[in-house]
Design a protein around this ligand. Sequence first.
Ligand code: IPE
Ligand code: IPE
Ligand code: MG
Length: 250
Amino acid sequence: MSFSSATAAVDLDPDKLPRHVAIIMDGNGRWAKKRVLNRIRGHEKGTETVRMAVRTCRKQNIPYLTLYAFSTENWQRPRQEVAALMALLKKFLLKEKAEMMAQDIRLSCIGQIENLPDDVRATIHDVCAATGNNRHMTLNLALSYGSRAEITRAVQQIAQQVRAGSLDPDRITENIISNCLYTQSMPDPDILIRTSGEMRISNFLLWQIAYAEIFVTKTLWPDFSEVEFLEILKAYQTRERRFGRVGGQV
Ligand code: IPE
Ligand code: IPE
Ligand code: MG
């Protein structure tokens, strides 16, 4: 990623920045289909948008960006597409490692990382270890991620603690549950963006998005631009987040 490109004009309020933006990066296949290209070309083009999204968050001082890159359900896609996505992921990580170091960005991954191919896992391990002390921003990739699987795993952990006698069921709190999720050390997303127009969550961060501000854009992920991202951030700053109260209270 390059940080020298001109910044799109924007006047965001630094006191109202989101701490965490989560994105369902959808529409790569449709982008390719419109151009009579193989779906894989859409995924390749989509990695350029990933770079843009990381760069924009870094420039705007947004500390957490979570990108839904591969869902537990995506394993059901044709074998060649899954293989291409895994290869692209590895290529992306190897290519971005130096830039993540230069820009003080830490890589984190959530999901069933154990189910990824060995070489991809090794690359993830390497980049997470190398960038582990970086503090300016966390790039959090959701890989083989499914929210129901994540919650199921949390319930299993909690049940084991109860069985072992180290946790009283009456003392199970929302915090304890949050701390058993993959996202344990992160704030909940303030913003959820989905590209390409589908009005659904597709098993993404179901617990964590309880109060996220939702933005769905018809733009396909490979066409999603810095200008549009900044427009969403600007629109977020005008939303009144009431968290159940009435307007005058917030
Ligand atoms: C998102 O684009 C990328 C992944 C889910 C891996 P899609 O591949 O879902 O694109 P569409 O929805 O078919 O257009
Ligand atoms: C959601 O997109 C998963 C990712 C973006 C990785 P999908 O394209 O898989 O979602 P559905 O199947 O249309 O709900
Ligand atoms: Mg899709």
